[in-house]
Design a protein around this ligand. Sequence first.
Ligand code: LMR
Length: 333
Amino acid sequence: MHKLSTSLLVVAATCLIASCSPQREQPIIIKFSHVVAVDTPKGRAAEKFKELAGNYVGGKIKVEVYPSSQLYKDKEEMEALQLGAVQMLAPSLAKFGPLGAKEFEVFDFPCLFPDKDGLHKVTQGPIGKQLLDKLDSKGIVGLAYWDNGFKIFSSNKPVKTPEDFKGQKLRIQSSKVLDAQMRSLGSIPQVMAFSEVYQALQTGVVDGTENPPSNMYTQKMHEVQKFANISNHGYLGYAVIVNKKFWEGLPADVRTGLEKAMKEATVYANEVAGKDNEEGLAAMKASGKTEFFQPTTAEREALCKVMEPVYDQMGDRVGKELITTIQKAVATK
Ligand code: LMR
């Protein structure tokens, strides 16, 4: 009897401390890691997704966004996703090669997309979907494409004419197509993590690089680059990806809520991207630190022409048929 009352006392005390209510379920955490600043198209879209996920499945899910390579650099974040250390990423399409998804490098072909409308025919249509489906065998689910924008060249040496590029050391993302692109210009490409680019430009480890204005501006690259060519010669965008095991293990209603949040975040991402790039470019021009060159159509075409051999050299890497399919899709009215 004495023993029983002691145990009851213990239970009562425990109830007082823990308020004795049935245990509240902890939300499932989605760690979303990325490498760019918060005030970029990807940074903003990740925050938007977090907000929308909170609206639709808050309480059940908590999205934690880690920007600016706080958790992982480019290559590490891919490994972290596959190992389940993070659940969601939005790497640039140029960074899928090391995963074995070489087809994504098709987006890196120089002068392939004339504008955003042409690009969206691919990313927001069946070709884009088929590409995302290829990630399945890598233990990854592709959820959406998010825009950044078209890349411009920058360097501490002039980058106006094809001649100018010869012998320059230029940082690239880890894409073999980008490697071939820089070599076609007579430049020496160097793969480097995004988080290391500013310092490499500042210390002269490389002369220059290519990026959409939003990335160039938010990394303050214009402060360490003398020249830029608004060449818009190639595209940089993202695929939002999740660990497949994690995704398929979520309760169906949670997944539906997250899919809705992703759909809306994607519309938002693609809306803000254009504005961010325009504003970034205007701010860099206004700072007067970099000299910006606006090529004429003929000057841009001359640059594209020099990079054309990349199509022959790298066609087999992504599949020549895929390139033709994209060229056709882009050309349709
Ligand atoms: C880069 O490495 O230049 C970009 O992929 C960074 C990014 O995520 O936009």
